[in-house]
Ligand binder design. Structure first.
Ligand code: NAD
Ligand code: USQ
Length: 398
């Protein structure tokens, strides 16, 4: 299959591109390298020494004899070039990772809020418009987020995979209707993913584009069987307050002896998935596309749920590092339960990677190996959800 991987230089996109190439697909990465530019803006680097994209691709070719193409292109700004690329390459499928993905970065200041909306919404719309305009029957797989639902909005009922059946009162009695699950975003970043969903609903109904939207939880881990083959293929490892995600941050903090940065009480429950399962899920989604005219297929790309303070306690017991309860810079529920339906990937053969001490150790070893690259001034999360929260945290009750 000929596959375009949009955002293929990023944390999820790079290992996915290698995995798809490894199993025989013809992969071309499209990326504007904006994530690397944001590292420069934030004056922080991946903990792992990621190589320039050209070197990454040359090493892959040298090791495997397989060619991965690369096109540097901005999806939000360069519509004409993207449409021409589709006409030229005629891909069978597109995997779309190419968005600004950090919630704290999206709340950092007005420039970052506007950039996140402009980049993500325009980029996704351009991808859809170009598929429709060329008339090609390309299956699109998009990386969405569990955060479109909010976390535990419907009490103890499991969060369904995308759609909810509701009773609509009418003069003739109640009728059942299936609707997109109500959106409840918690950051400007998450808001853009809820807007993406409306774009998908429109373009499937109007243009019959085949779309799969993967509502992924927090990705942890860093390496996959392909990225470990050579140090120059190593995946990125974000640890800073804007881009680092909670479990990888705790493991990195443990590796350098930094107290674990729990926001508030740590009662937040979130969904998680290991990077190895991310790449498998993308493969499964590509192999099981919707048919033309079908509504967007939604999968919850999640394998486990954990409470933040339980993760901190586990890592603290493994390593002896203390836990710090910091004022929460975000507006989010102090405590929440999270029950997520995830039957579809299991039914299609996903064998989930379960959080285990062995895997945690593996990641801690990577963090230890590169600990000298860490800038400890970048660890504390400083982007706040509202002005003034720096001094007076604004905790939201669930
Ligand atoms: P990342 O920032 O590491 O990678 C995104 C890539 O997209 C980067 O290489 C960036 O340069 C590129 N990009 C961004 N805007 C672009 C544009 N306008 N044109 C071309 N390229 C562009 O992020 P990631 O962690 O790999 O996440 C990938 C996707 O998965 C995102 O959409 C994110 O919302 C989703 N996701 C990530 C996680 C996670 O924990 N990392 C969890 C759930 C969902
Ligand atoms: N948290 C801490 N301490 C930290 C970092 C985070 O307590 O040092 C808390 C946060 O306050 C939050 C939770 O951990 O309650 C998760 O934060 P996170 O930064 O790990 O994840 P989040 O901001 O939700 O975003 C990440 C990815 C995003 C993806 C999302 C999936 O960056 O791209 O969409 O996970 S989900 O969380 O399921 O919506």
């Amino acid at each position: 299959m000929k596959v375009l991987v949009l955002g293929g230089d990023g944390f999820c996109g790079w290992p996915t591109s290698l995995h798809l190439s490894d199993i025989g697909h013809d992969v071309t990465i499209v990326d504007n390298l904006s994530r690397r530019a944001i590292d420069i803006e934030l004056e922080v680097e991946s903990l792992t020494p990621i190589r320039p994209i050209g070197e990454r691709l040359a090493v892959w070719r040298e090791l495997t004899g397989k060619e991965i193409g690369f096109v540097r292109l901005d999806l939000a700004e360069e519509y004409d070039r993207f449409e021409a690329l589709l006409r030229d390459l005629q891909p069978d499928a597109i995997v779309h990772f190419g968005e600004q993905r950090a919630a704290p970065y999206s709340m950092r200041n007005i420039a970052a809020k506007r950039y996140t909306v402009d980049n993500n919404v325009r980029g996704t719309h351009n991808v859809l418009a170009a598929i429709a305009e060329t008339g090609q029957d390309i299956a699109l797989v998009h990386l969405g987020t569990m955060g479109v639902y909010g976390y535990g909005w419907s009490g103890s009922a499991p969060i369904p995979e995308g759609y909810l059946t509701v009773k609509v009162p009418t003069p003739d009695g109640e009728i059942d209707r299936e609707i997109l699950h109500p959106a409840n975003p918690g950051s400007v970043y998450h808001l853009t993913k809820t807007l993406d969903q409306l774009l998908f609903a429109f373009y499937t109904s109007n243009d019959q584009i085949r779309i799969t939207d993967l509502h992924q939880g927090i990705v942890w881990g860093t390496q996959t069987p392909q990225t470990v083959r050579d140090e120059r293929l190593i995946n990125r490892f974000d640890y800073d307050g804007d881009y680092g995600t909670v479990l990888n941050r705790f493991l990195m903090q443990a590796a350098i002896g930094h107290p674990l940065t729990v926001h508030g009480t740590g009662g937040q429950t979130r969904a998680f998935i290991h990077i190895r399962d991310t790449v498998r899920c993308i493969q499964i989604a590509l192999e099981n596309p919707p048919t033309r005219g079908e509504k967007p297929k939604v999968f919850n790309q999640v394998t486990e749920t954990y409470r933040v303070r339980d993760l901190a306690a586990l890592i603290s017991s493994m390593t002896g590092v203390s836990v710090a309860n910091l004022p929460n810079p975000r507006r989010e529920a102090v405590e929440n339960e999270l029950n997520v339906s995830r039957e579809q990937f299991l039914a299609l053969g996903l064998n989930p990677t379960i959080l285990s001490e062995g895997l945690l150790e593996e990641i801690r070893n990577i963090a230890e190996k590169y600990r000298d690259r860490a800038d400890t001034t970048k660890i504390i999360a400083r982007s706040t959800w509202r002005k003034g929260m720096e001094t007076s945290p604004d905790l939201v009750q669930s």
